[in-house]
Design a protein around this ligand. Structure first.
Ligand code: AMP
Length: 256
């Protein structure tokens, strides 16, 4: 049985109950609009834990463009159905006021890796991400928390934050789920037009090709992409591009 929980006090009371004694709790934080990428995180958690909790919370502090926040797809009913079918035990659906009683006076910042790649073009984005993840980890108190490699910079920053603050949760990385054309699944893909969706799959094809980075950029620009960055770090190639109004990110292991 899947239970939806809207009030933090209800969750906090439940979390202290006997039900969780001697059980491992897996946690999958999301912003909803669930797709097969999220589902794979849920499946990992369900396989590896006695109890799985999913959170659905569109975190305003990580959006640096108001239109991006406004346009973010909201599909709560379908999300609940997907979670039920997957076998999730608890879905936390908190409200902004409960998550941010401090009105975001307190935040977590990282000063190196969060300043490059997506951090460069999206000031404050990772402060928002790290702050919400810290809040959720403190609330949920999972043994294992699952994050996608699709957002590799975020995953790396979260792993290091957990270490820096001695948080008692293991962060587990899950591989990027892609469609048949190789496009990394993302909630933002639903905002692409049909033509843009077709072009979007070029991104992963080009990132995994043997072209040089300038050649990759040229090829993508010729196909109508605007490039935020293509850069290599930590043995991976990272890219952020725009197609129309939609910003897409991806990263792949560098095949040497
Ligand atoms: P979001 O709802 O976009 O905040 O994502 C919630 C979690 O799902 C994050 O850990 C993401 O990295 C992960 N995720 C999103 N898309 C994918 C994907 N295509 N494959 C694997 N994980 C994903």
């Amino acid at each position: 049985m899947t239970e939806c929980i809207f009030k933090l006090a209800d969750w906090q009371q439940l979390r202290k109950s006997k039900m969780f004694d001697n059980c491992s709790l897996g946690f999958v934080p999301t912003m909803g609009n669930l797709h097969a990428g999220h589902k794979s995180l849920l499946q990992h958690s369900i396989r590896e834990n006695h109890i799985t909790a999913l959170s659905i919370f569109i975190n305003p502090t990580q959006f640096n463009e108001i239109t991006d926040l406004k346009n973010y797809p909201r599909t709560l009913e379908a999300d609940i159905n997907l979670a039920k079918e997957a076998g999730v035990d608890f879905i936390l659906i908190p409200e902004y006021q409960e998550i941010y009683p401090d009105k975001y006076r307190y935040k977590v910042s990282e000063n190196e890796f969060s300043k490059i790649l997506c951090g460069k073009n999206r000031p404050g984005h990772f402060d928002g991400v790290l702050t919400i993840v810290l809040k959720l980890l403190m609330l949920v108190k999972p043994h294992h928390a699952y994050f996608g490699e699709k957002d590799y910079q975020q995953l790396q920053l979260i792993k290091e934050m957990v270490k820096a603050f001695f948080i008692d949760a293991k962060i587990i990385a899950c591989p990027t789920i892609r469609n048949e054309q190789g496009l990394a699944l993302s909630s933002r893909n639903s905002l692409l037009t049909k033509e843009e969706l077709e072009s979007a799959s070029l991104l992963s094809a080009i990132l995994t090709s043997s072209l040089s980075i300038p050649e990759m950029k040229d090829k993508l620009m010729n196909k109508g992409f605007i490039i935020d960055y293509i850069e290599e770090h930590l043995g991976r190639r990272f890219a952020a591009v725009r197609l129309g109004n939609v910003r897409l990110i991806d990263n792949v292991l560098i095949d040497k």
